[in-house]
Design a protein around this ligand. Structure first.
Ligand SMILES: *Cc1c(COP(=O)(O)O)cnc(C)c1O
Length: 397
């Protein structure tokens, strides 16, 4: 798999973004990880093991489904890359398996991670159970209550859940706590980050394992659907599912790549999580990116109805793709995402994750501007986890 189209420079930057804003002892460890990663991905045994697990444990390649009913309604051909069909229900298992395998090859006995809605935690706990690694998951107290069924599953899989009670008691604080724990124990443990964020080389590692989505999708569109799409659309939290599918098309000049950020309730800082649109350059969790902040540079809370998208920053490569105009970034609010959640469920019999519903909603919006185009949407996950929440808060009328 030769798949990193744009590599970070030797200091870990994509253009102006990324890098390593961390203490020296951690820098030394991350340099070891970087070296091990580039060696291991060249190793045939590692690739064979990964390929075997991707196929037989995760169920890859995930299919591309032509959404006939929705296409008819919208006047465009809508194709869905079915990451919702993966084991554990989302794309996150792709990088978790990769990270856990890498940790194991490096001789680590434990993985440390954080989780918001519990999706990354669940995928990491699953990979850890499979590979016999200890798994510590840091999670905000508020999120623990909200995502009870994922918490139960993680415990069942043998993970330790560590409740975080600082600040807003949610994702940002969970990352802070997980990073602090990792700094104390990096000799034995591996920090399995949940997206293409964090200090170099973490964004590169996660990107590499998610690029499988794009490589498959490019091939599938050509072989099954008469050629490339005009548009590729994906939701963006930290940006891992988006970068994964974008990488399959980044060299195809005629394909327009669109990342969809959550506009939440409004344009006001604190009521959305659209870091590219409303963020300013800053440092978050050891890397430089567009961050939601006030005029004094204090990092602000992110909000979206989709918990998996509410992160105040975004992966450095997305900041770079945006600056170089290699991809476009648009926004979709809570209410449009919820409508799309209902629309896909009713027209196609597929209940999408609220995160992925943002990408579907943008495909619907785009259809008021263009017609007879091929639109490929990355359906990053399934909506089972969201059904209770939707029924309680936005019930069918
Ligand atoms: C976590 C999650 C996301 C957001 O993460 P990215 O790194 O931006 O992909 C999107 N969709 C689903 C289903 C998720 O679980």
């Amino acid at each position: 798999m030769n798949n990193l189209n744009i590599l970070a420079d030797k200091n870990g930057f994509f253009g102006n973004y990324g890098g390593q804003f961390i203490e020296q002892d951690l820098k030394d460890e991350l340099q070891k990880i970087e070296k091990a990663f580039f060696e291991i991905i060249k190793d045939k045994t590692f690739q064979n093991e990964l390929d075997y697990l991707m196929k037989n444990f995760v169920g890859r390649p995930s299919p591309i489904y032509f959404a006939k009913n929705l296409s008819k309604k919208l006047g465009n051909e809508i194709y869905l890359k079915r990451e919702d069909l993966n084991h554990t229900g989302a794309h996150k298992i792709n990088h978790c398996l990769g990270e856990a395998l890498l940790a194991k090859k490096m001789g680590k006995t434990k993985v440390i991670g954080e989780t918001g809605a519990g999706q990354h935690g669940l995928a990491l706990a699953t990979a850890s159970a499979l590979l016999g690694l200890q798994c510590d998951i840091y999670m905000g107290e508020v999120d623990i209550k909200k995502a009870k069924s994922n918490v139960d599953k993680m415990r069942l899989l043998g993970a330790n859940i560590i409740a975080v009670s600082d600040g807003t008691k949610s994702l940002k604080e969970a990352v802070d706590a997980a990073l602090a724990a990792y700094k104390k124990d990096f000799n034995n443990s591996f920090y399995a980050i949940g997206s293409v964020v964090g200090p170099h080389p973490f964004p590169t590692i996660v990107e590499y394992f998610q690029t499988r989505i794009g490589i498959e999708a490019n091939k599938q569109m050509k072989e099954q659907y008469n050629g490339l799409p005009n548009y590729v659309i994906a939701c963006v939290g930290g940006g891992s599912n988006a970068i994964g599918i974008f990488n399959g098309f980044v060299n195809e000049k005629e394909v327009q790549l669109i990342g969809v950020e959550p506009l939440g309730k409004s344009e006001k800082i604190g009521e959305n999580a659209a870091s590219i649109k409303y963020g300013k350059d800053g440092i978050l969790h050891g890397f430089k990116c567009k961050v939601l902040q006030d005029e004094f540079g204090n990092i602000q809370d992110a909000y979206s109805v989709a918990c998996g998208l509410d992160y105040p920053g975004i992966g450095p490569k997305h900041c770079h793709l945006n600056e170089e105009k290699l991809a476009k970034y648009e926004t979709i609010g809570d209410s449009e995402a919820i409508s799309a959640f209902y629309e896909l469920s009713k027209t196609e019999g597929i209940i999408p994750a609220l995160e992925s519903s943002h990408a579907i909603a943008y495909a619907i919006k785009l259809s008021s501007q263009v017609q007879n185009k091929k639109i490929l949407v990355n359906l990053s996950g399934r909506g089972d986890k969201d059904v209770d929440f939707i029924m309680e808060n936005y019930p069918l009328c």
